[in-house]
Design a binder for this molecule. Structure first.
Ligand code: NI
Length: 193
């Protein structure tokens, strides 16, 4: 019998109202074929890079497993792979910050409350146990992605949906690009997760 190749290229990112975004994902089973796991991770990494994001959870590509990618906001950073993650500690200090989501294109909020520091235990891409303590931006990405594993979106964390903002239209972006060519200092837009 031939092995089934699950992923051959980039995985499509699901948008709401896709049901997989609202379901609780299951642990990645111990007995998973290494090549199946590798193939899923490669597909997700490809999708993450294609979308220019900083995080991607398996349910966002229609896979109901507890697995996500997360990376720093640095073009040279490579994504960390976290499988069956558990937060073993979260700081009580909460900070509101900006988040957008690849599954909710066109929106963002600057008022998403998150712990400033989280400690997480997980398995890496070859199913070895790993531990991280992450701060600030990366802690935010971890919490955003972890929420995806429980079917939670950042919009659920807002006090009010009035805290949700629309991203700039293509026209506005084009106008800004032209303005940048002349005067303004460069600003980097924050990527989605
Ligand atoms: Ni997201």
């Amino acid at each position: 019998m031939q092995h089934l190749s699950i992923v051959t290229a980039s995985l499509d990112i699901a948008n709401l109202p896709s049901i997989c975004l609202r379901q609780k994902a299951q642990d990645v089973p111990d007995e998973i074929f290494p090549e199946t796991l590798r193939s899923i991770i490669e597909g997700m990494v490809f999708s993450l890079y294609s979308a220019g994001g900083v995080g991607l959870a398996a349910p966002q590509v229609g896979i109901g497993w507890r697995l996500f990618l997360a990376m720093e906001r640095d073009p040279n950073a490579s994504p960390m792979v976290l499988i069956n993650p558990k937060f073993v500690d979260m700081s009580e200090e909460i900070e509101e910050g900006r988040e957008g989501c690849l599954s909710l294109p066109g929106y963002f909020s600057t008022k998403v409350p998150r712990s400033k520091v989280v400690k997480v235990e997980a398995l890496n891409q070859v199913l070895e146990p790993v531990q991280f303590e992450v701060h600030d931006f990366l802690a935010r990405v971890f919490q955003h992605e972890y929420d995806h594993l429980d079917g939670i979106l950042y919009t659920d964390r807002l006090k009010s949906l009035e805290d949700l903002e629309a991203t700039r239209s293509a026209e506005e972006r084009a106008r800004e690009t032209i303005e940048h060519l002349y005067a303004r200092p460069e600003t980097t837009p924050q990527p989605d997760m």
